[in-house]
Design a protein around this ligand. Structure first.
Ligand SMILES: Cc1cc2nc3c(=O)[nH]c(=O)nc-3n(C[C@H](O)[C@H](O)[C@H](O)COP(=O)(O)OP(=O)(O)OC[C@H]3O[C@@H](n4cnc5c(N)ncnc54)[C@H](O)[C@@H]3O)c2cc1C
Length: 195
């Protein structure tokens, strides 16, 4: 099966996250802080209170994108194992480009070789060396709000991998809906450069 797009689901988030964060700002200043003041503190660079809230996403994407995601060291990950899980059903991400036929042929050849190796008794953990980067994988990713802000800034940049941009933009829109005072200023990050 060929996938044209990654999927992202918000599966868990801190309850009353903005109230919790505002309370943390309030402890710092010994004054009640309304949630509407959160953006002001973020702008001032006082971001550690954002670490009290977190969100968890279930993501299906290529192993190209998952390899990039897992570089974010402050997030926690659980990923579908290619060593143990049966990959005999072809699940690949196909990027939009003009050479679809050539790419599809290469993916099909790799997948057929994988099936042949497994049929010949080669363990999955060894047969998987022939599988392409386009293979779909599934992850559960948890990070605190400060780290999600960081990931969104880096990965929605036009310089980021297109599939990764798509994932980051979906995460961004889900988090803006969840906590607008924390993520609302990230609604247009197109001009932010990444390193
Ligand atoms: C457009 C783009 C191109 C890239 N190209 C490449 C590439 O060619 N090769 C490559 O290897 N990687 C590449 N990367 C990955 C990049 O270098 C980072 O590994 C990745 O973006 C994770 O970001 P991070 O390290 O800022 O964040 P995280 O790991 O999410 O950490 C968040 C923040 O915590 C702090 N932090 C975490 N760990 C440490 C630490 N050990 N010491 C000090 N501070 C720390 C930093 O401030 C960091 O920004 C690329 C990323 C992007 C967005």
């Amino acid at each position: 099966m060929i996938h044209k797009a990654p999927t992202v689901k918000l599966i868990s988030a801190t309850l009353n996250a903005e109230a919790l964060i505002a309370r943390a700002y309030g402890i710092c200043t010994d004054k009640a802080v309304p949630v509407a003041n959160i953006p002001r503190w973020i702008k001032a660079g006082h971001e550690s209170p954002l670490e009290h809230a977190s969100a968890t996403f279930e993501i299906a994407c290529s192993r190209v994108a998952s390899h990039e995601l897992v570089r974010h060291r402050l997030a926690s990950f659980s990923q579908r194992s290619q060593r143990y899980v049966d990959e005999s059903d072809l699940q690949c991400y196909m990027p939009t480009n003009e050479q679809r036929t050539l790419m599809f042929d290469a993916l099909s050849t790799a997948w057929e070789t994988y099936l042949q190796l497994v049929d010949n008794g080669v363990p999955k953990q060894l047969a998987r060396y022939v599988l392409p980067n386009a293979c779909m994988t599934e992850l559960i990713v948890t990070a605190n709000f400060r780290e999600w802000r960081h990931i969104i800034k880096l990965r929605t940049s036009p310089r980021a991998q297109p599939e990764m941009q798509e994932i980051a933009r979906t995460i961004q829109s889900l988090l803006v809906a969840q906590a607008p005072n924390v993520f609302g200023d990230l609604t247009n990050m197109d001009n932010i450069s990444s390193t």
